[in-house]
Design a protein around this ligand. Structure first.
Ligand SMILES: [Zn+2]
Length: 383
C-alpha cells in the first residue's frame, strides 16, 4: 500500500461515548462501530484531506506510547467498507444501497410516547418493581406455582389460554421498546419471524446508537418496565377478584407468565435485554466475547477492566436461573399435564379423549422439532 495516498471516506457521523471511546456511524449503511480516540483522530485527519503517511507522522508525535500502523488501519477501513475512494480509485460506489431502519411506528408521536417513558414514569416502574418483590416476600402463597396453568379440566384449553396470554404479554413487552424508541424520535419496527417452530418477536433498536449510553440503556430496559406493569396488574387482579373466579385464575396465570419473562432476563448469557443494559452502563461493548477472551487468556497482561472477570459469575447465575425454571416450572408442568390430564383423559369419554390425544400429539411434535433443531444446528456449525 502506498502511504502517500489520500483516502476519501464514506460519510461518517462520530459521537463521543464513554470510557474515552467513540461511536462511528456509517450514515449510508446505517452501521455503527466502536473506536478508540486514536482511530477517530486518524479518521478526522483523513477526512480533512491529510495523506496516509502524514497522518502516521502526526499520530506518532501525538501518541508516543502507542504502536501506530496506518497500513493496517487503512486495510481495516477498507475491510469495513468505510473507504469511498483511494487516490482517485473508487472503492465504494456512491450508489450503494442505503439501508435504514424501517420506520413502522412513525405514527406514534414522541410526545405521546413520552407519556410512558419520562423520568417520573421510570421512577414509577422502579417503585412497581419494589412493590412486586415485596408482595411475594410478604405473601409467599402468592408466588406463582407450576399448577397455575391448569385452569380448566381440558389441556387443550389450558394450553390455548397460555399461548394467547403469552402472545399479548410479549407484544406489551415489545411495545415498551417501541415506545421508548419513539419517545426519543427514533425509527423502529417490529419483526415477527420464526426460528424453526418458535415464533420470535423482535424490536429493531439499531437506532439506539444515536443516543448517549445512559439513554440507550433506557431503550433496552423499556421491555422490562412494561413486564413489571403486567406483573403488578396480575397481582392486583389476585387481590381484587374472588379466589374461585376465572378472572382470579387468569390473574395468577398473568403473574406466572410475567415472572418467568422477568427471571429469564437474568440469563445474560442468552444476550437478553439486561445484557445490553449492562453493556451500555459499563461502556464495555461485546461484553460476552471479551469476558470469554479474558477467561481463555488465563491471567496474562491485558487492557481489560478488572471487574470483567466477574461477568463470568453473572453468566453462571443466569444458567442456574434457567435450570431452576426448568426444574420448578416447565418439567413439573409437562409431568403434571400428562399424569393428571392427558393420560387419564384417554380413558374417558369423547371430548376428553381427543383432548388427551391432541395434547400428547403436540408434545411429541414439540420434542421431535426440538431434536431436529438441535441436530441441524450442530450440522450447520460443523460446516
Ligand atoms: Zn426486550
Amino acid at each position: 500500500m502506498e502511504l502517500h495516498k489520500q483516502l476519501k471516506l464514506v460519510p461518517l457521523k462520530i459521537s463521543e461515548d464513554q470510557n474515552g471511546s467513540y461511536i462511528v456511524k456509517d450514515i449510508e449503511k446505517n452501521e455503527y462501530y466502536e473506536m478508540p480516540k486514536l482511530c477517530v483522530d486518524a479518521i478526522r485527519l483523513l477526512e480533512a484531506g491529510t495523506s496516509i503517511d502524514e497522518v502516521e507522522t502526526i499520530l506518532i508525535r501525538e501518541y508516543p506510547n502507542e504502536d501506530i500502523n496506518m497500513t493496517e488501519f487503512t486495510q481495516q477501513l477498507i475491510d469495513l467498507e468505510l473507504v469511498a475512494n483511494m487516490s482517485g480509485k473508487e472503492l465504494q460506489s456512491s450508489t450503494k444501497k442505503v439501508k435504514s431502519v424501517k420506520d413502522s411506528f412513525a405514527w406514534i408521536t414522541p410526545r405521546f410516547a413520552k407519556l410512558f417513558f419520562n423520568k417520573k414514569m421510570m421512577n414509577l416502574y422502579m417503585v412497581l418493581a419494589i412493590f412486586n418483590v415485596a408482595f411475594f416476600l410478604f405473601k409467599s402463597n402468592a408466588v406463582p406455582q407450576y399448577k397455575d396453568i391448569f385452569i380448566t379440566p381440558y389441556m387443550f384449553l389450558n394450553t390455548l389460554m397460555w399461548i394467547v396470554l403469552t402472545f399479548f404479554t410479549i407484544l406489551i413487552h415489545e411495545m415498551g421498546h417501541v415506545l421508548a424508541a419513539r419517545a426519543k424520535g427514533l425509527p423502529t419496527h417490529l419483526s415477527i419471524s420464526n426460528r424453526l417452530f418458535l415464533v420470535v418477536v423482535e424490536t429493531d433498536l439499531t437506532a439506539a446508537w444515536e443516543l448517549q449510553p445512559k439513554e440507550r440503556s433506557r431503550l433496552y430496559l423499556a421491555g422490562l418496565c412494561f413486564d413489571q406493569l403486567v406483573l403488578s396488574l396480575g397481582i392486583m387482579g389476585q387481590l381484587y377478584f374472588q379466589e374461585s373466579s376465572l378472572l382470579f385464575a387468569l390473574s395468577r396465570l398473568l403473574v406466572l407468565d410475567a415472572m418467568i419473562r422477568i427471571l429469564y432476563q437474568t440469563a445474560v448469557f442468552l444476550k437478553t435485554d439486561l445484557y445490553y443494559v449492562i453493556e451500555n452502563r459499563t461502556g464495555c461493548y461485546n461484553l460476552q466475547e471479551r469476558s470469554m477472551a479474558l477467561l481463555r487468556n488465563k491471567g496474562n497482561q491485558t487492557d481489560e477492566p478488572g471487574w470483567l472477570k466477574y461477568f463470568g459469575l453473572l453468566n453462571m447465575s443466569g444458567v442456574f436461573v434457567v435450570i431452576g425454571l426448568g426444574i420448578f416450572y416447565f418439567i413439573p408442568q409437562i409431568y403434571f399435564s400428562l399424569q393428571q390430564y392427558a393420560i387419564p383423559n384417554l380413558a374417558k369419554g369423547s371430548f376428553y379423549f381427543w383432548d388427551g390425544v391432541v395434547f400428547i400429539g403436540q408434545l411429541i411434535l414439540f420434542v421431535v422439532f426440538l431434536i431436529v433443531a438441535l441436530v441441524t444446528n450442530r450440522i450447520f456449525k460443523k460446516v
